[in-house]
Ligand binder design. Structure first.
Ligand code: G3I
Length: 366
């Protein structure tokens, strides 16, 4: 289906779904609430990846390499349910160059091989970030010239290593503060804002076919941060900097309202000729879990996915882990968790069923 048609189908269906979701939330008892998002059996038989392909959309997951190695059901789901994968940690700088000049690609190569075996595309994550930098870099007290050279080598080395194997790179990650100012990272401090354009140019030189993304959180709706990012990418496009896409992470919390203006926001990027993607979706829940919270979670996933389905050049929707068995959330947000679409036993939650239903609609199956 052409993506414009996909958007039209979803647009009509979305209004109905939205009404039904809210009606359910208002009137359902906890026991029957989850029933409403159960897909029809023919839809249930299809994986998210398979349903997504029919709607021209890759459905991906972040992959935890320890779980992949040690947990057979995790591996089976990662292989079978998704059509793209993102390394949760193993392509980050601290993982690939733990000591200066000593590279360790082993874990990242394993994921690339896994993806190839399973016919999945790979999102590379991430080249330039303020976090998970190796200690030698954080503590190095380098001059601006040295740091620029280090960054150039890192980007060229990593993108060249994976040349031809990465579909989309998160070249620059989390460069903004929520108020729209630029994050005062080591990169901004020492190199100035031009580090962003440089990073994209260097990545493009190393692999001209990879799609290059800028990625951030809290940019789902129209707000100061997404507007600042929009202004930046508009400027970069004018200067012919090879930036191809905007990654919207999608880390949400049922305590805050879902970003219902996401399609409006995503259209701004689409209008600049950019691709978009939801790159790290999860929706955390203040524990303990109950069916009302699970329904609110399903609605938030639904809002994110429909934002993507309504946007012509939204290419992929990635969940940041798929099972509550493994998640970064409890370690960072005390008292919160259960942020993923499958529970700890790999059973589908309402969120999974909502995604399945949205994708089936988008594929024109009603
Ligand atoms: O590297 C050490 C390892 O040597 C040690 O054995 C292990 C023991 O716990 O810890 C390892 O470091 C952990 C690392 O993940 C790798 O597993 C860190 O403690 C832990 O803080 C780190 O967390 C990751 C986090 O990024 C770091 O910022 C999460 O797993 C990962 O999900 C999270 O992902 C980020 C995205 O990259 C960017 N957007 C936000 C998202 C969520 O924070």
């Amino acid at each position: 289906m052409h993506k414009a048609n996909r958007a039209a189908v979803v647009g009509t269906a979305a209004a109905a779904l939205l009404v039904s979701t809210f009606t359910v939330a208002a009137s359902a008892t906890p026991e029957n609430a989850a029933q409403h998002t159960k897909p029809k059996s023919d839809v249930a038989a299809k994986t998210l990846g398979a349903l997504g392909k029919r709607a021209d959309l890759r459905i991906g997951t972040a992959v935890d390499m320890s779980a992949l190695a040690s947990d057979a059901p995790y591996r089976a789901k990662a292989a079978g349910e998704f059509s793209s994968v993102t390394p949760e940690n193993v392509m980050k700088w601290e993982a690939v160059e733990p000591r200066r000049g000593t590279y360790d690609w082993a874990a990242a190569d394993k994921l690339v091989d896994f993806a190839e075996e399973n016919g999945q595309l790979v999102r590379g994550h991430t080249l330039v970030w303020h976090s998970q930098l190796p200690a030698w870099l954080n503590n190095g007290d380098f001059t601006a010239d040295e740091l620029r050279d280090i960054l150039h080598r890192h980007i060229t080395g990593q993108v060249t290593h994976f040349k031809g194997k990465i579909w989309q790179w998160d070249v620059v990650n989390e460069a903004f503060n929520d108020d729209g100012t630029m994050r005062n990272s080591i990169w901004l401090q020492k190199l100035g804002p031009g580090y962003i354009a440089d990073a994209f140019r260097w990545a493009h030189q190393a692999d001209p076919k990879a799609k290059l993304f800028i990625n951030d959180y809290n940019i789902e709706g129209v707000n100061a941060k997404s507007t600042a990012l929009h202004n930046l990418v508009a400027q970069l496009r004018k200067e012919h900097v090879p930036v191809h896409g905007v990654g919207i992470q999608g880390h949400l919390d049922v305590q805050y309202s879902a970003p219902h203006d996401i399609a409006t926001n995503m259209k701004r990027f689409d209008d600049l000729g950019l691709e978009t993607a939801i790159t790290e979706a999860d929706v955390r829940i203040p524990m303990p879990v109950d069916n009302t919270k699970l329904e609110a979670q399903a609605e938030a996933y639904d809002v994110l996915l429909r934002g993507c389905l309504l946007t012509e050049h939204c290419t992929d929707f990635t969940v940041w882990g798929f099972t509550d068995k493994y998640s970064w959330v409890p370690g960072v947000f005390k008292g919160e968790g259960a942020a993923n679409i499958l529970d700890e036993n790999f059973e589908a939650k309402a969120a999974y069923n909502a995604m399945s239903a949205d994708l089936a609609l988008a594929a024109g199956r009603g």
